[in-house]
Ligand binder design. Sequence first.
Ligand code: GLN
Length: 496
Amino acid sequence: MTKSYNHPKGLMALFFTEMWERFSYYGMRALLVLYLTSTLISGGMGMGRSNALEIYAVFTGLVYLTPLLGGLLADKYLGQRKSILIGALLMAAGQFTLAYSQVAANLPERENLLYYGLGFLIMGNGFFKPNISTIVGQLYQENDPRRDSGFTLFYMGINVGAFISPLIAGTLGEKVGWAWGFSCAGVGMLLGLGWFISQASKLGTAGLPPKRVVAKNEKPILKASDWLGIIAITVTTLILVVIFLNTWSLLGKQPRSTITTIATVIGATALLYIILSNTKGKTQWSRVAVIFVLCSFNVFFWAGFEQVGGTLNLFAREKVNLMLGNWEIPVTSFQSIGAIAIVIFAPLFSILWSGLSKIKANPNTPVKFVIGLIFLGLGFVVISLANNLANNGLLISPLWLVAVYLLHTFGELSLSPIGLSMITKLSPPKITSIMMGVWFGSTALANYFAGMLETILQRHLPGMHLFNFLVITSFSAAFVLFIISPILKKMMKGIH
Ligand code: GLN
């Protein structure tokens, strides 16, 4: 494969596709809770805080749960490329539906559109998110030493998108009108889709459906029959989305537990069956076990980290002095701090890991996770202090939040790209996308907790403040993982 800047050409195709997709996702996410809780008069949905946080929890949970399905379909039938195309179309539809939810005629119609928009995003992300990361892994040979740094570059693409979108889509939504913000996110997704289609030939054979081998001089771009397939599957998915959403809006009014339990049992059984039938031999089993252990610690990390779009977003609106002279800082722009910090610090972390590698001191994957959890805990120490100050009635300086986001970014860089890379290294090759789905599935659980934790604590541990609780969970998880890290390292069977 041709190299550019010492990485496969396809990396840039994926970098910008993911950049635009994350532009779309994070622009929408910066607005979501604010849109839900803003008054009807200001064009918002007029919901209460806990109701909005619950929708945020269920939505961001499901967004990361459907990658299991998207991963499965890609590994078995579609290949990653088609899945990405379908996902992008669905997500663009979702953003425009959300935009329309602001301007529709009456409240029930607006609520329906809101749920439909979120539903399209949930399904679309399932097709898109695991598969784009899997293709990155496919650009590299098995023991290619560039893999981790390729993932770190890719992670920068994610965060370039995540940085600019709250500033553009977020500010448009907050200051001009919610519909403008969501539409801007939709346009971003379409730009990503266009870029991906135009760059597909740079991917070589990566991401094609299983077993299809491309002849030497055949251009691996999509043929008419592929397009027909894509349209057929998109239409089928749209029908599924409608059925799903009708069920979901029913769920809002009735007890959720039965349907959720049935879906969980069916899903878990299918997943287990697929993993069982595709994992062979002691080495593969041992590595799959490590994936599951690390995924469970991943839950602790993201349950804290993802406060960013929920309680930390509301904290910025309610407790931070937003006036800079005569200018009021848009609340959504705080969402960009972590992302720009990633773009700045990712190369440093990349250099740090390879420098440490040269002197044989590069921490192994579980230890990098420990470092990630420690930074997360430190961030919550800072926000707890800030919260105590704010409780005295003062609006606090925005620099407190900057410090929290910086610490959380250091944590994210130690854990998140390393986790993606780890999945592509440890998975049995035939089910890499499915295992990527497992990784994002653990994030799903974490996102759900992230949104629900405040309510859960108020109900069961009323004396405990959310931020203090997260200090305890982050440090405890780091401690336990550190203790078991030598065992995990052995179980990785030669992979660092
Ligand atoms: N910030 C990263 C992304 O958007 C990781 C998200 C996650 O795993 N929760 O891809």
